[in-house]
Ligand binder design. Sequence first.
Ligand SMILES: Nc1ncnc2c1ncn2[C@@H]1O[C@H](COP(=O)(O)OP(=O)(O)OP(=O)(O)O)[C@@H](O)[C@H]1O
Length: 271
Amino acid sequence: MLGVARMMQQPVQPAEATRSAVSVKNLDIRFGGKGAEFTALSDVSVEIPEGALVTMLGPSGCGKSTLLRAVADLVHVSDGSISVLGQPPKKAREGRDFAFVFQEATLLPWRSAIDNVGLPLEVGKHDSSLPTADPQEMLALVGLKGREKALPHELSGGMRQRVAIARALVTRPRILLMDEPFGALDEITRDKLNEELLRLWQETGTTILFVTHSIPEAVFLGEYVLMLESLPGRVKEFMKVDLPHPRKLAVRDTVEFIRITAKLRALLEEC
Ligand SMILES: Nc1ncnc2c1ncn2[C@@H]1O[C@H](COP(=O)(O)OP(=O)(O)OP(=O)(O)O)[C@@H](O)[C@H]1O
């Protein structure tokens, strides 16, 4: 019966279907051994269009990070499937098709900003077929031109996170997976980085999957918002954000922005 229901369920799709960067079909993720099994994600289906910036919202523990980690081949898929640019996540990882940015910048404290950015290139330097970008250019792209030689402790939290983003971009990933990357930053820095991320997204054309706890951040950044509900984690909503680009922070004062955030807040309360 479950199988029939699953076959009938269609993946949640954006209004204008384009090529998918990430295709998730009937995904189940369970943790723990037999008898102590916990279902983190159940029957999750979603299509992330190539080049889209999709923000992910949902109550704590609903499985946002688990979904991101499954796309990155860091979590075992119990049932269903994930396809990243038409291949299994493991293949996409080997081809460096995606990069991950975490809440903490996790820079090597003894390496300068430029050497931290260049680190992924050292790891894959034996394989000349892998795409690379110039670390200096990537630092300039995130607004850190002139700070190449600075050590992580000489940079602010926001600057360290920019270094982490530059490091993620240095392998020219087609997909950027971001797990609450600005969650630990103060509001002013976060606002600034939000605007910069939108600029980066438009300049690079990278597909971005971005986890956040902030509804305004999800709406400001998102071309689409994916909302998960909890226990077990399921898709609650996949919504297009109809706000024009390029977006500036002032868009948050518009009636349309307030309407969208109110709608999402109401949905979140149901989760
Ligand atoms: N490796 C693991 N082993 C066992 N349970 C896990 C593991 N990873 C995650 N979980 C569980 O899966 C559920 C989803 O966790 P996840 O971190 O994905 O949620 P989240 O939505 O990202 O939460 P938050 O918003 O609080 O960061 C939680 O109940 C968590 O305890």
